[in-house]
Design a protein around this ligand. Structure first.
Ligand SMILES: Nc1nc2c(c(=O)[nH]1)N[C@H]1C(S)=C(S)[C@@H](COP(=O)(O)OP(=O)(O)OC[C@H]3O[C@@H](n4cnc5c(=O)[nH]c(N)nc54)[C@H](O)[C@@H]3O)O[C@H]1N2
Ligand SMILES: Nc1nc2c(c(=O)[nH]1)N[C@H]1C(S)=C(S)[C@@H](COP(=O)(O)OP(=O)(O)OC[C@H]3O[C@@H](n4cnc5c(=O)[nH]c(N)nc54)[C@H](O)[C@@H]3O)O[C@H]1N2
Ligand SMILES: [Mo]
Length: 764
């Protein structure tokens, strides 16, 4: 494929033969096609492992195995036959490797040995596990204060690993837990805690079988939660409505051909996944939901005037909510002109979307990064919740709020204590369990950790998975932050850019992946657990032989560090890490609702972690579900680009061929992009009005005025069905344009879905 023509015809529907072809290609690419296929057969089975692909729930009555194309990619990528062993690291200096792309780094395969950085040779060299633990402990103990260390978590870590990690970090003395969720669904957690007293979604998978209407907002399930497409499609097939709000026309939200449906595959058919599709502009959703609420209130007025039955669920509002009348007054006072201007939709479109709500008894609203990575994400999600309260669409069958999480266990990690502002109840329970005080000062989130690293205040950075240096905004700046550190430690399966930014002392510790068999020293096979977006907690046990005999489980690695730092006096780390059942027993003693954790998690589909809001128990200060009194925020990005030449609002998204910073390949099949990632989607009319032509190579220049020059060079302009004034391109390549100082109000999440940029002719 020539570099200057990355565009071809997109697939007609999501899934289908294209997905199956891609599956077999991934299995071949992994170097272990037969083993890979066997591995897939145990995916999301009760005796197999949980798919590391996404956090969508598993069907309770699923008879056959469920997989999706992108789950297969995640599994094949981990189960590869390629190895990045000592010979690889002997052959390459870190300075050389820093020139490599993330794709090429991870393609080297699985890490095989614990590694220590040698500054003299600029290379990683193998080190014995115990020596690594001792040296890490020395460096951590040498810090003036535990608060000088940052302990990052990526959401693939199991409940057991995450619980042990937070136990170690708190006993070491800090609450510095920058977490991938701070870049992801933090706004959902904050907004839902304020609104309903539980920072999680309230629906279960069965609710999708019983709802009349789904609003699917700001997410791209065809790529990022492909198993959700089946739920959407089944809804449409049984006559329910699926109303999409998305800036882009995403293939999976149009039609889906189920690769597991033989008849459909033979016929080459596909079925619709949505019934209505609206295209607000970036950041316009708060105005959309404000407008829809206005329509519902107007319908209630009409019903009252005509003596018809009420539209609102007055009983729910009376018995369960607070702030209704003030909220109503605010909604009624919001002018339509403002709603239309900010949403990018017309009043008629918003009325059409709201009419669906008036007609439906059971409504679910789902959302992901198109909602959470904006300046006013918390306010938007509160607006969504208020809208849902109007007809009591929460805490009953077929209805509720559903933030669709990202990483497969990001929700579980938060549940078991990865929280920089831990609730007092958790800290109290840990103190009662261990008999020693816990640190009470709130720690750093990602934005604060970045600040501390740039200021040179952070001295150590420890990562339980992930690729912090690439996932965060302002990536070139953060690389400089890493260089100031005394200690960096990465627990990882594969090599990535973050590992190439060593502090004075640096270690990469290779761990078992989820697909691999984990046995303790006496040979007992270990089970880990995860929690999905629907609060289902279930077990996961790998079936493949470990990629190297030197690998250790995350649990054992954390215990090794903890023991070297703290000794076994308060917690017997060796004993705990010998058997994950013991960790689960402790989790059940410390956290509510885990019941008989060890028994429950061995039931075929695990158990539901009780969600108070789903039971209409509101753990808010008012003891009620709270309507939100947030003024409709001004969409400042839009005002800022008015009248400026070649200036746009850019969103950074995932292609179909990546998992966050892990880039599997260069295609984005559903969007018709092949063989390239250096593309920027733009409305054809915006090209006409600019200095450029379709296909031109351009540079993107950041417009945030803080004295830092931000640019990404050499991107093809791709005409695309996208609202005027908007651009879209891929993360993580474009992270260099996202200013780390601009974070969501109340969420501190980098605003990676509305970045103001200027286009310039490419300067080679
Ligand atoms: N295969 C695969 N699966 C994944 C991941 C992956 O990288 N690859 N990542 C995982 C993770 S960590 C996460 S968080 C999720 C992410 O899942 P998504 O949230 O689906 O991820 P994005 O690619 O960021 O897509 C954002 C979507 O929101 C739309 N959007 C952007 N801004 C707006 C807006 O202002 N309003 C509206 N209405 N729409 C908007 C975009 O057009 C796009 O469709 O997926 C998880 N699953
Ligand atoms: N501009 C922009 N930036 C974004 C986003 C965006 O939409 N736009 N999205 C944000 C979101 S939603 C998220 S969640 C973050 C993601 O940020 P992270 O979670 O930090 O990044 P990942 O790319 O998922 O991490 C990949 C690495 O995880 C390691 N890994 C994989 N499996 C395992 C395992 O089983 N154990 C261990 N220990 N390590 C493992 C591998 O070494 C791999 O290289 O990025 C955020 N950044
Ligand atoms: Mo995420």
């Amino acid at each position: 494929m020539p570099d200057d023509d990355p565009i071809r015809k997109p697939s007609p529907a999501a899934g289908g033969w294209g997905a199956l072809r891609s599956v077999s290609r991934e299995l071949l690419r992994s170097g272990k096609p037969v083993e890979g296929a066997k591995t897939l057969l145990t995916l999301n089975q009760s005796d197999g492992f949980d798919c590391p692909g996404c956090a969508w729930g598993d069907p309770e009555h699923g008879s056959s195995f469920e997989f999706c194309e992108n789950g297969v990619k995640a599994v094949a990528w981990e189960a590869t036959s390629a190895r990045a062993g000592p010979e690889f690291f002997a052959a390459h200096t870190l300075s050389q490797l820093r020139e490599w792309s993330d794709h090429d780094l991870e393609k080297q395969g699985r890490l095989t040995h614990p590694l220590r950085y040698d500054p003299a040779s600029d290379r990683y060299e193998p080190i014995a596990w115990e020596d690594a633990f001792t040296q890490i402990a020395e460096a951590l103990r040498a810090l003036e204060s535990p608060d000088q260390a940052e302990f990052y978590t990526s959401g693939r870590a199991s409940n057991e690993a995450a619980f042990l990690y937070q136990l170690f970090v708190r006993l070491y003395g800090t609450n510095n837990f920058p977490d991938c969720s701070h870049m992801c669904h933090e706004a959902s957690g904050v907004a839902l805690t304020e609104a309903i007293g539980t920072g999680k979604g309230t629906v279960r998978l069965e609710d999708f079988e019983r709802c009349d209407l789904i609003y699917c907002v700001g997410q791209n399930p065809g790529t990022n939660h492909p198993r959700m497409l089946k739920s959407l499609r089944d809804c449409v097939a049984r006559g329910a409505q699926v109303c999409v709000f998305n800036t882009l026309k995403e293939k999976g939200l149009d039609r889906f051909s189920d690769p597991q449906n033989k008849l459909e595959m033979m016929r080459g058919g596909s079925e619709p996944t949505s019934t209505h599709y609206f295209r607000p502009r970036l950041g316009g959703d708060m105005a959309v939901f404000r407008g829809m609420s206005k329509c519902v209130l107007e319908a209630e007025d009409r019903a009252q005037a005509q003596g018809l039955p009420p539209v609102l669920d007055h009983a729910f509002i009376e018995a369960h909510t607070a702030g209704f009348s003030d909220w109503c007054a605010m909604v009624r006072a919001t002018p339509w002109a403002q709603i239309e201007a900010q949403s990018g939709l017309s009043r008629a479109q918003i009325e059409a979307a709201a009419t669906l709500y008036l007609r439906a008894d059971r409504v679910i609203t789902t959302w992901a990064m198109g909602i959470t990575q904006h300046l006013h994400s918390v306010q938007t999600i509160r607006e969504i919740a208020s809208f849902m309260f109007l007809k009591g669409n929460i805490g009953r069958e077929g209805a509720g709020l559903c933030p669709v999480r990202g990483h497969s266990n990001v929700q579980g990690d938060r549940t078991v204590g990865i929280n920089e502002k831990a609730p007092a109840a958790l800290l109290d329970a840990l103190e009662a369990e261990l008999g020693v005080p816990m640190p009470r000062t709130p720690g750093h989130n990602v934005a604060e950790a970045i600040g501390a690293m740039l200021a040179g205040e952070a001295r150590a950075f420890i990562a339980l998975g992930g690729n912090f240096a690439r996932a965060v905004p302002d990536t070139p700046l953060i690389a400089q932050g890493f260089a100031k550190l005394d200690l960096t430690v990465s627990i990882a399966t594969k090599l990535n850019t973050s590992h190439l930014l060593p502090g004075k002392v640096s270690f990469v510790l290779p761990c078992l992946g989820r697909t691999e068999i984990d046995r303790n020293t006496s040979g007992k096979r270990q089970l880990i657990t995860v929690e999905d977006s629907m609060s289902m907690v279930h077990g996961s046990a790998g079936i493949n032989l470990p990629a190297s005999e030197h690998l250790r489980s995350e649990v054992r690695i954390i215990a090794g560090i903890a023991q070297a730092v703290l000794g076994n006096a308060v917690v017997d780390w060796t004993a705990l890490s010998e058997d994950n059942d013991r960790i689960r027993d402790m989790i059940a003693r410390v956290l509510p609702n885990f019941g008989d954790f060890n028994a429950d998690v061995r039931r075929p589909r695990g158990f539901w972690l009780r969600n108070p809001a789903a039971c209409r128990e509101w753990h808010t200060p008012s003891q009620r579900a709270n309507f939100a009194l947030c003024d409709l925020r001004e969409a400042t990005e839009w005002q800022q680009i008015q009248g400026l030449e070649n200036t746009f609002v850019l969103q950074t998204i995932r292609s179909h061929d990546q998992y966050n910073t892990t880039v599997y390949g260069m295609d984005d099949r559903y969007r018709g992009v092949f063989g390239a990632r250096n593309v920027v989607f733009i409305h054809p009319d915006d090209i006409v009005g600019s200095d450029f032509a379709a296909g031109d190579l351009v540079d993107l220049i950041g417009c945030f005025d803080d004295g830092i020059h931000r640019e990404c060079r050499g991107f093809h302009l791709v005409p695309y069905d996208i609202p005027l004034g908007c651009l879209a391109g891929y993360f993580p390549e474009l992270n260099a344009l996202v200013p780390h100082q601009i974070v969501g109000e109340g969420s501190f999440t980098p605003v990676s879905k509305s970045v103001i940029v200027r286009l310039r002719a490419h300067q080679g």
